[in-house]
Design a protein around this ligand. Structure first.
Ligand code: GLN
Length: 296
């Protein structure tokens, strides 16, 4: 018996039904993205060649990609890419896959700069604390031309991904990467930063059981686990950032909507900040807490 010849249209249809039956979200998109990855063609190109037959090699390669997704490996780790702030980022299991809601941090940082609210507005010094893939640092370096951007992470592997992304976007010379736990690479004696931005690990240790397998099995626990109530890093960042911000400098932290009230109370208790606010993401959930250090 000769092996079955598959055409693009047919294999996409069959795979979509299969993925849907197995409970994979967005089954059609998933089938298309994996086939584009296998054939190194865009999704539009697939649609322009729906009758193209696939070689047995291509079918075997596609099947192994589909099997990975069935084990709940995130699509982005399989393809190695994720879009953020309309830029392409390389991702690997060493880094959290950048989320759409994190764009709010970039948007807000930009708004502060455009509103002339940074003390060194033309050449602000910005820190992305816990940079992961580098998505925030790189998007900001692209947006704010004069900015001196610092990006830190405790994970060497994550920094290697971030550096590759910076190079890919021609920003390797604009961003300084440093390895260390939170403030370890920095000195508080000069209070260097106009703005500190962070998407720290904030998933409560207790919540891991309820996360989708894509997140709990595949994304790096070190980038997600915020320990008790998910507040461990948020608390340390709020309590210690005052020492690293210039007078009038801004702190922007992403967190879970349930953590925002506690974060605002912590901000008050430091007595380092003169202003605080929480902001909603595109799903209308409080996602970002912002605070301005006292002037002098
Ligand atoms: N937003 C992520 C999630 O929903 C958590 C990100 C983080 O801990 N920084 O899993």
């Amino acid at each position: 018996m000769t092996p079955k010849k598959w055409a693009i249209r047919e294999i996409l249809n069959v795979t979509t039904v299969f993925l849907r039956d197995k409970g994979i979200e967005g089954p059609r998109l998933c089938a298309e993205v994996l086939l584009s990855h296998q054939l190194k063609k865009s999704r539009v190109e697939l649609y322009l060649a729906l009758d193209r037959p696939l070689s047995s090699c291509e079918v075997a390669g596609y099947r192994s990609l589909v099997r990975r997704r069935l084990k709940r490996e995130p699509l982005q780790y399989i393809t190695g890419h994720q879009e953020f702030w309309s830029l392409e980022f390389l991702v690997s299991p060493a880094v959290l896959i950048p989320r759409a809601e994190t764009e709010l941090l970039v948007e807000e940082a930009n708004r502060l700069r455009k509103g002339n609210l940074l003390s060194s507005n033309s050449e602000p010094v910005i820190l992305d604390l816990g940079t992961g893939s580098g998505a925030i640092a790189i998007s900001l370096a692209k947006e704010i031309e004069g900015a001196a951007v610092w990006a830190s992470d405790i994970s060497f592997e994550a920094l290697a991904v971030a550096r590759k992304n910076a190079k890919h976007h021609n920003l390797a010379r604009r961003i300084r990467f440093c390895q260390g736990d939170l403030w370890q690479p920095f000195s508080s004696s000069t209070s260097p930063f106009d703005m500190i931005i962070s998407n720290p690990p904030y998933v409560p240790a207790e919540a891991f059981k309820t996360l989708p397998p894509e997140v709990s099995y595949y994304e790096p626990r070190i980038a997600l686990d915020g320990h008790e109530n998910g507040m461990h890093f948020i608390k340390r960042i709020i309590e210690e950032s005052g020492a690293y911000l210039k007078p009038g400098g801004w702190l922007l932290i992403e967190m879970d909507p349930d953590q925002t009230e506690r974060a605002l109370r912590l901000i008050d208790s430091t007595q380092s900040f003169s202003y605080k606010e929480r902001l909603m993401d595109y799903r209308k959930k409080y996602r970002l807490v912002k605070a301005q250090k006292k002037n002098g």
